[in-house]
Design a binder for this molecule. Structure first.
Ligand SMILES: N[C@@H](CCC(=O)N[C@@H](CS)C(=O)NCC(=O)O)C(=O)O
Length: 162
């Protein structure tokens, strides 16, 4: 039987996109929760370049970086497409995925910033609402208040350590 393990943390948006992709494809996997303050030797072994989550381990072969992992999942398993099939649409989707990765997400709210408001970007706002209303997404995203509490505690700890 194929071995499939995902090294990650419950609160990471990068990991949530990977878990949602695996669930959309109907693929079973084992989730290995990492402590980012004390990374496992396996994580360091499988991602020696960045030493970061996420790593998808498929039959002993590690795949790193969430967007690369999404590509791998899409090509490896049957089921609904994760990426658009049209090359131009795919390139555009990839561009925006990278753009959002490098910006805030929930962190923008905690920092008191509102970069992507519905007023400024109605199409993006509509897409975000549609995304959150999809049942497989709703069932697999941790509650926003739990995420907010986690990141607030994290930022307080960072500030206290300075
Ligand atoms: N570009 C990477 C980002 C991965 C990333 O930033 N991982 C964070 C957690 S969300 C991490 O492992 N941080 C620990 C560290 O930087 O030491 C991806 O898309 O997978």
């Amino acid at each position: 039987m194929a071995e499939l393990k995902l090294f990650g943390t419950w609160f990471s948006r990068f990991g949530q996109r990977i878990e949602i992709a695996l669930k959309l494809k109907g693929v079973k996997y084992e989730f290995i929760e990492e402590d980012l303050n004390k990374k496992s030797l396996l994580l360091l072994k499988y991602n020696p370049v960045y030493k970061k989550i996420h790593v998808l381990l498929h039959n002993g072969k590690p795949i790193c970086e969430s967007l690369v992992i999404l590509e791998y999942i899409d090509k490896t398993w049957e089921g609904p497409s994760i990426w658009p099939r049209d090359p131009y649409e795919k390139a555009t989707t990839c561009f925006w995925a990278k753009f959002f990765d490098e910006k805030f997400g929930i962190l923008q709210e905690l920092a008191g910033l509102q970069v992507f408001t519905k007023e400024k970007f109605p199409n993006v706002g509509e897409w975000i609402d549609e995304f959150h209303n999809c049942s497989i997404i709703k069932e697999n995203l941790p509650p926003e208040d739990k995420l907010a509490a986690h990141f607030q505690a994290h930022f307080r700890a960072v500030a206290a350590s300075k």
